[in-house]
Design a protein around this ligand. Structure first.
Ligand code: SF4
Ligand code: SF4
Length: 73
């Protein structure tokens, strides 16, 4: 399984939360990145996945309020 991020839906743009439908305060998305148990998601200009670390647990999919993350085969 692989994590796919839909960057049109994701609120994290250009290094900050653009709309904050996530769980954090207005400038800090506390969605997918914080719930990942193996630190496979990182915030840069966009949220990025480190595929080699991901264990396909699905926690980020559950956490994302924007339905911007999918796990696909
Ligand atoms: S939780 Fe969803 S909207 Fe928030 S940064 Fe992660 S993918 Fe984007
Ligand atoms: S599926 Fe689990 S391990 Fe993979 S990025 Fe999402 S939270 Fe992290």
């Amino acid at each position: 399984m692989a994590v796919i991020i839909n960057y049109k839906k994701c609120c994290w743009k250009d290094g900050e939360c653009s709309s904050c439908g996530c769980k954090g305060s207005s400038k800090k998305c506390n969605g997918c990145v914080e719930v990942c148990p193996v630190n496979a998601l990182i915030r840069n200009k966009l949220v990025e996945i480190v595929p080699d670390k991901c264990i396909s647990c699905g926690a980020c999919v559950e956490a994302c309020p924007k339905i911007a993350i999918k796990l696909v085969n």
